[in-house]
Design a protein. Structure first.
Length: 38
């Protein structure tokens, strides 16, 4: 089980990745950025 702070950080990271994807940017924690290129 994670702390509230950890859960908040995970949710914030996920939301940031969604916003980046909608803008067409590569997610911050992407292991293989070439896979996200069109």
């Amino acid at each position: 089980s994670a702390t509230h702070e950890t859960r908040y950080a995970m949710a914030a990271c996920a939301a940031d990745n969604v916003l980046r994807a909608l803008k067409g940017d590569v997610s911050q924690n992407c292991v293989n950025p070439q896979a996200q290129q069109p």
